[in-house]
Design a protein around this ligand. Structure first.
Ligand code: KIV
Length: 266
């Protein structure tokens, strides 16, 4: 299969072929997802809450993003690797944004970066694109804005918010982004954005009309129990499978059933 590039993603939109994106944070998972044929591996700053045990994505650092991006890049052959720019790595100045985007490419090995925001980050997107680093946008529910949003709520429900999100989507495209994540917005708004933009939209909690879909891998696999947002489909329950295997190991060790002779050296 051909290597996925930002050009192939545009071609997929133009040919109405759906794009798939999943988060990945380490080498074995990246390698597995790549072999399964996922188009984009997103090293999301969701690594903060899914892997590092943080309450939200805000504490995630550049060093952590580079560390996980390196591991994911080693595991992939075909997928495009996009790395999230963590909170405060692009908000202070254009210069810092360019330098940090550059680090994710140069040190991490990513092929593109993702930033959250609309009209407010248009100059940042433009500046990063001008140094030949492809940028993915992200609007709607943007987890780095948790304190402004007052929680992880549906965005774009009211007419005024809808207009603002349309303006944000256009700003991201105008800035030069190659794709746009739409997170937790009504499906009618996602359809409007998808029809309006030339670049592909990738939805999470944004309905069927987006050009592609993304999920956090831990949610899809059912690794952690607890609150599951409406838009998440748990395709399997890995937590149960892992717990079962580990309990079996514990009881076999205590009952001296493991290791058997075949696991031992004579
Ligand atoms: O960090 C992340 O995992 C994301 C996806 C939810 C799109 O930004």
């Amino acid at each position: 299969m051909d290597k996925i590039t930002i050009l192939s993603l545009q071609q997929m939109k133009d040919e109405k072929k759906k794009i798939t994106m999943l988060t990945a944070y380490d080498f074995p998972m990246a390698s597995l997802l790549d072999q399964c044929g996922v188009d984009i591996l997103l090293v999301g700053d969701s690594v903060g809450n899914t892997i590092l045990g943080y309450e939200n994505t805000l504490p995630v650092t550049m060093e952590e993003m580079i560390h996980h991006t390196k591991a994911v890049v080693k595991g992939r052959k075909r997928s495009l690797v996009v790395a999230d720019m963590p909170f405060m790595s692009y908000q202070v100045s254009i210069e810092e944004a360019k330098r940090n985007a550059g680090r994710l490419i140069k040190e991490g090995g990513a092929e593109a970066v993702k930033v959250e925001g609309g009209e407010n980050v248009e100059p940042v997107i433009r500046a990063i694109c001008e140094i030949d680093i492809p940028v993915m946008g992200h609007i709607g529910l943007t987890p780095q804005s948790i304190h402004r949003m007052g929680g992880y709520h549906l965005q774009g429900k009211e007419e005024k918010q809808r207009g603002k999100l349309l303006a944000d989507a256009l700003a991201v495209e105008r800035g030069g982004a190659f794709a746009l994540v739409l997170e937790v917005i009504p499906l009618s708004l996602a359809r409007e954005v998808t029809q309006l933009l030339k670049i592909p939209t990738i939805g999470i909690g944004a309905g069927i009309h987006c050009d592609g879909q993304v999920l956090v891998i831990n949610d899809l696999l059912g690794v952690i129990s607890g609150f599951r947002p409406k838009f998440v489909k748990k395709y399997t329950n890995l937590q149960e499978i892992i717990a079962q295997a580990v309990k079996e190991f514990i009881s076999e060790v205590s009952e001296e059933k493991f290791p058997e002779e075949k696991h031992s050296f004579t």
